[in-house]
Design a binder for this molecule. Structure first.
Ligand code: PLP
Length: 286
């Protein structure tokens, strides 16, 4: 199959799949999701993404219709069915179920949706540009819900400004980005926001922290400000599809560029880890 859609055990090409009109996703965005990548038909950091998915579901009192082990094998099944053995995105979502529109939780089982499609990881060889956007989201940003409207609006503003990401801030404090986490390098130290309710605890962020430890790069998990971001030695963003993309411009102002070797070392280690786990040669640094 050129791409794979899955809904409660039914499988077909994504464009041909349909879901019930009263899936709770439609009226309420009442669901959680997670996303990672596979290459060589091996899902990268599968256990960490599945564990976060179950944590998000538990936070919203949604009971996924499968165990973590069963979810892993359903994801693997979908990855086996796509034609491509290259870089593919693996997306999975669970909504609270299907019922006529009514706010209280419905009776009955939750719905599981999976998509697998070809999507290359973001090349890291060129830096990206970003804009700053006030973070007006609610206060449960640690839960990976499918309520992403402020993220969508911020991301579109970035796109319209010719940028790859919108860096969110609440007043002076930088939180994260529209679809990634943001970090800075300053005087040889890796700084990233703490995993409180204002950011999504990124799996790639956690991986970057492990890489820092391995490489002997000190790291600090504490809030940092817009001013500190703008005067950082390097600014980088991370997600499952961006394993540490350097940022060269924020709101038209040039940023970073003062610790290229440190940034390159982090990127190299991240890419090496991806290649080691999947056995796939990732061309993102070429
Ligand atoms: N923050 C937000 C708002 C995101 O949507 C994402 C990824 O989707 C991330 C951070 C990065 O998380 P991860 O590294 O687990 O992909």
């Amino acid at each position: 199959m050129k791409n794979v859609g899955y809904y409660n055990g039914v499988i077909g090409p994504i464009e041909q799949m349909t879901i019930p009109m009263d899936d709770r996703a439609v009226y309420f965005g009442d669901g959680v999701y997670d996303a990672t990548y596979a290459a060589n038909r091996i899902i990268f950091e599968a256990d960490a993404h599945i564990a976060r998915f179950f944590r998000s579901a538990q936070a919203l009192r949604i009971a996924p219709p499968v165990t973590p082990e069963a979810l892993k094998s359903e994801l693997q099944r979908c990855v086996e069915l796509i034609d491509s053995a290259g870089e593919v995105q693996v997306y999975f979502q669970c909504t609270r179920g299907t019922a006529l529109r009514s706010h209280p939780f419905p009776e009955g089982a939750a719905n599981l949706l999976i998509t697998v499609r070809e999507l290359p990881l973001t090349p890291l060889s060129q830096k990206g540009r970003a804009i700053l956007v006030e973070d007006t989201r609610y206060l449960h940003c640690n839960i990976k819900t499918i309520n992403l409207l402020p993220n969508v609006m911020a991301n579109q503003r970035a796109k319209e400004a010719g940028c790859c990401e919108a860096i969110l801030h609440r007043g002076e404090r930088v939180t994260e980005c529209s679809h990634s986490n943001v970090h800075i390098l300053k005087d040889g130290v890796f700084h990233t926001a703490p995993t409180d309710h204002l950011i999504l605890p990124g799996i790639t962020r956690a991986h970057l922290l492990r890489v820092c430890e391995r490489l002997g790069i000190p790291s600090v998990e504490a809030p940092f400000t817009v001013e500190e971001l703008l005067s950082a030695d390097e600014v980088l963003v991370s997600s499952a599809g961006m394993l540490g993309l350097g940022i060269c411009e924020v709101d038209g102002r040039s940023v970073g560029g003062r610790a290229p070797d440190l940034l390159a070392a982090l990127q190299r280690a991240m890419v090496d880890d991806f290649c080691r786990e999947t056995g796939y040669r990732l061309p993102v640094l070429d």
